[in-house]
Design a protein around this ligand. Structure first.
Ligand code: PGA
Ligand code: ZN
Length: 425
């Protein structure tokens, strides 16, 4: 059964900004819908977004992207098999014709590629995770959940972007959610008691009213204890430093502490945190342009913590292979819209797994009710999932979908749990 219609429409993301939704209809009447998410702390090598510019909606309208779908993509997709994901993605890449997907837009292409994937699963009458698993045994991923949101997601109130927890003691996905709910609530109570409760950041984490980055770490440990868990034993800490946001050319400016550090200085500071706090995962500890720093940091602590590449690896298979050759990072963050197509996203994930890297499928700070990434993380057996905090429905929709997948008949073969963190360690 072949693709009959492709329709694009503008919908709105969790920041109230325009985004692209693509609907692919098969001749048998089954449908697939794909939605482009949007990052705020983007890697420079990500697939480029196509935005209209000008003044309307802050220059972020997507009329050109919608027009591109109707004018160029629909005619190219009509009559093709939705199940031919690799063939369709190769065609989309060729149709765009630019190295960074700037002509048709990475946002246009990922919405289309995801819609095709959903259409193929619908045609096969299977939930997406099961369609992707192709009969292989898979497990529900271990979640990384934000408790305090900083960096570019909170007006740069603190330098570090994500202060997260991982329920290392959880026995199921649903159990990890229960444990996280208690820590999130305890953290909110703690902030209220201190008189520093000031709402939430872009991904739903508590607003980080702290005087030092380390105060947020202390508060996180206190919240884990207040929730009744053993820090490091039952609930551990994960950080996304997002260092590309405050560092270039080997110089890092910590605004909160009014300090400038070189690569070694930041590396030393973070190793100190790893020594003093129950941290099991650190993302983008150094900037995307500081490969030597990333390798040095991985050499120093990679045997005991997961070192995650986001801005540095940008969900790109050849960048993952190069990083592995240079000993930088031991885990890859996998964001479909950084790559621009599902096929390239999967290639990056497979390249990471082949090199012994752990993998985390991740949402963006600008999200919607779309829950596809939970199915990708499960069906591809990625091991871990990161979708922001434990508040706001664009985040909760994803956590709730994980609970649904886990509890339905024909569910995946259990929960990966802390074993997912192994990586190269
Ligand atoms: P972004 O940030 O979606 O705003 O780019 C998420 C991350 O850095 O992991
Ligand atoms: Zn990141």
């Amino acid at each position: 059964m072949t693709i009959q219609h492709v329709h694009a429409r503008r919908i709105w993301d969790s920041r109230g900004r325009p985004t692209v939704e693509v609907e692919v209809a098969n001749a048998d009447g089954t449908l697939g819908i794909g939605i482009a998410p949007a990052g705020a702390s983007r890697g420079t090598r990500e697939a480029a977004e196509l935005r209209d510019g000008g003044t309307r909606f802050g220059g972020r309208d997507v009329q050109q992207a919608l027009a591109a779908v109707q004018r160029e993509i629909e005619p190219a997709l009509a009559g093709r098999e939705a199940a031919d994901q690799a063939g369709i993605d190769a065609m989309l890449i060729a149709l765009d014709g630019t190295p960074d997907k700037s002509r048709l837009g990475g946002n246009t292409l990922i919405a289309t590629s995801l819609a095709v994937l959903h259409a193929a699963a619908a045609q096969a009458r299977q939930p997406l995770w099961q369609y992707l698993a192709q009969g292989r045994p898979v497990q529900l991923p271990l979640p990384q959940v934000q408790i305090f949101g900083g960096g570019a997601h909170a007006g740069r109130r603190v330098d570090v972007q994500d202060f997260m927890v991982i329920a290392t003691g959880a026995e199921s996905f649903a159990h990890a959610m229960e444990m996280t709910a208690e820590v999130y609530r305890a953290a909110g109570e703690l902030m209220a008691q201190r008189g520093s409760l000031a709402g939430v950041a872009d991904e739903g984490g508590w607003w980080p009213s702290f005087a030092r980055n380390e105060d947020a770490l202390d508060a996180l440990v206190a919240a884990i204890e207040r929730a009744g868990y053993v820090p490091g034993g039952e609930v551990a800490i994960a950080l996304d430093i997002a260092a590309s946001e405050f560092g270039h050319g080997g110089r890092y400016r910590l605004a909160l502490e009014n300090q400038e550090l070189d690569s070694d200085g930041l590396c030393e500071r973070l190793v100190g945190w790893v020594d003093r706090y129950p941290i099991v995962s650190i993302e983008d500890p150094l900037a995307e342009d500081d490969e030597a720093g990333l390798a040095a940091f991985t050499h120093a602590v990679g045997h005991r913590v997961q070192v995650v590449g986001d801005d540095y690896l940008v969900t790109n298979a050849s960048r993952v292979r190069q990083a592995a050759d240079r000993g930088a990072c031991n885990c890859a963050l996998i964001k479909p819209n950084q790559a621009g197509t599902i096929t390239e996203t999967l290639a990056a994930l497979q390249a990471a797994q082949e090199r012994g890297y752990a993998t985390i499928v991740s949402a963006r700070s600008g999200e919607t009710e779309d829950v596809a990434i939970v199915h990708l993380a499960t069906g591809w057996n990625a091991g871990q999932l990161k979708v922001g905090s434990f508040a706001r429905s664009e985040r909760m929709a994803k956590w709730n979908e994980g609970i649904r997948i886990e509890s339905r008949a024909g569910a995946p073969a259990g929960f990966r749990g802390r074993a997912a963190l192994r990586g190269k360690q």
